[in-house]
Design a protein around this ligand. Structure first.
Ligand code: TRP
Length: 447
């Protein structure tokens, strides 16, 4: 096997980091460290980018966007991300992304965006305050999921590691890809969210989750002296030295645990039970974190002091990424009809003609959090509607099963996989037959 075909087979893992803040220990433990680790897996190809277009939705301070971009890029590299090995780029260096955003905008239902959590939260807040529902909501916030869909679909990502709050966005990206493919042919890959359950959620200085919005963070790269000072400010209870301490609910202990080995953690737990003083415990925590961060600090400082060097790294990454983005956007432009007036585009016309003739399955998610599908005929009539499934995978499995059955087996299966009442089995059978023929023809044409 050649290196090239190895590349093709690799799973593409993609994630974006919004450039509005300074990386803190919570970002390091929850995202940077595990991602750098995962980027070493030879079976995957990593795409990591600075989501600076997304940053504009939340932040109107140009200097902060610029500074944050520099700090985040320098942090990731200092923490071991190898820009030669992965795709590491700045979103705004890829002009194909806003172009794809528009294509996706045109295949995304406005109603779908109305249901996006972040937008809905703003509307709910306005309603509660008796304001206009859309007060202070920019169209940028409303379009956030589409821009994110473009980030993902642009590079045909298979897996997207995200926090729980982002799962809905990945599902929307899937829907955008399948709508686009349905209309224009199989161009886009349907991505999957990966939620890392085991990653530690780090408490901040006040014991709540470490987060910029709580102003309780410890920057990943402060000087040793600053780090020590900040750690001395972590909340503790008022128990005196000599009195046994609880590890449970101790922010200091939880932070320590995120850096220490199991053995080190056991040792500190014992020291808690033996009544270690808070000052000593903080010293131990400081030393442990500093031991991990110190070796990276020099490179971080070097990059921060040479922003042109970081620019060059990011531009090189963007050039590499655009080797994929440029041909894809060219293909998509052609597919949607933005193409030379002299080109015939016959293939597309016939793809469209055959599309009109066959029914299709549509998968979607409802407000109840369940996953559904329906079978829709070419005129848009719903032939059947599933009940809810717990995961998109289960729904997909049911569709796959359904595609196998003939009319006779249908009734049994119908009950088994949760078809609603009033399904016209004959019509469904005919639709499935048409689908099967289409698939067989496609396979023949391909191979
Ligand atoms: N919305 C993500 C966040 O706030 C950042 C992001 C932008 C992203 N585009 C992305 C994450 C694409 C994954 C894939 O965390």
């Amino acid at each position: 096997m050649t290196t090239d075909s190895n590349k093709v087979a690799r799973t593409r893992v993609l994630t974006g980091i919004t450039t509005t803040g300074t990386p803190h220990l919570g970002n390091y433990v929850g995202a940077i460290r595990p991602t750098v680790q995962a980027s070493l897996n030879p079976a995957t190809q990593g795409f990591y980018f600075l989501a600076d277009y997304h940053a504009l939705i939340k932040c109107d301070e140009p200097a902060r966007i610029q500074r944050s971009t520099l700090e985040i890029a320098a942090s990731w590299i200092a923490a071991g991300l190898d820009p030669e090995r992965v795709m590491f780029y700045r979103q705004s260096d890829i002009p194909e992304i806003p172009e794809l955003t528009w294509f996706l905008t045109c295949v995304t239902g406005k109603g779908v965006l109305n249901r996006a959590h972040a937008y809905k939260a703003s509307v709910d807040k306005n309603n509660a305050a008796g304001n206009d529902p859309d007060a202070d909501v920019s169209a940028g916030l409303f379009m956030y999921p589409v821009l994110m869909g473009a980030d993902i679909l642009m590079f045909k990502a298979h897996k997207v590691p995200v926090g729980r709050d982002q799962i809905q966005h990945i599902e929307m990206a899937r829907d955008m890809a399948s709508s686009f493919n349905h209309l224009y042919g199989e161009h886009l890959v349907l991505p999957e969210a990966v939620v890392e359950e085991s990653v530690a959620l780090l408490p901040g200085l006040d014991g709540r989750k470490m987060s910029k919005s709580y102003d309780n963070t410890i920057p990943l790269f402060s000087s040793s002296a600053q780090l020590k000072k900040l750690i001395s400010g972590i909340v503790t209870d008022s128990r005196a030295p000599g009195v046994a301490k609880d590890t449970e609910g101790s922010a200091l202990f939880q932070i320590y645990q995120a850096f220490a080995s199991a053995q080190e953690t056991t040792t500190l737990a014992k020291a808690y039970a033996d009544g270690i003083g808070w000052g000593d415990a903080k010293q131990i925590l400081f030393e442990r974190i500093d031991r991990e961060v110190a070796p990276m600090r020099a490179q971080y400082e070097e990059l921060i002091n040479n922003p042109a060097k970081v620019d060059a790294i990011l531009l090189k990454g963007a050039a590499k990424a655009r080797e994929l983005a440029t041909p894809l956007i060219k293909e998509l432009r052609h597919a949607v009809g933005l193409r030379s007036l002299a080109s015939h585009g016959d293939a597309q016309v016939s793809a469209k003609a055959s599309r009109v003739a066959v029914p299709s399955f549509k998968q979607y998610r409802e407000k109840d959090g369940q996953f559904y599908f329906k079978l829709v005929d070419p005129q848009g009539t719903v032939l059947l509607q599933s009940l809810g499934f717990n995961s998109p995978k289960d729904a997909g499995l049911a569709i796959a099963q359904l595609q196998q059955v003939d009319a006779k087996a249908m009734t049994d299966l119908g009950t088994q996989i949760g078809l609603g009442e009033g399904v016209k089995l004959a019509e469904v059978a005919a639709a499935l037959e048409a689908l099967r023929t289409e698939l067989a023809e496609k396979a023949k044409a391909k191979g």
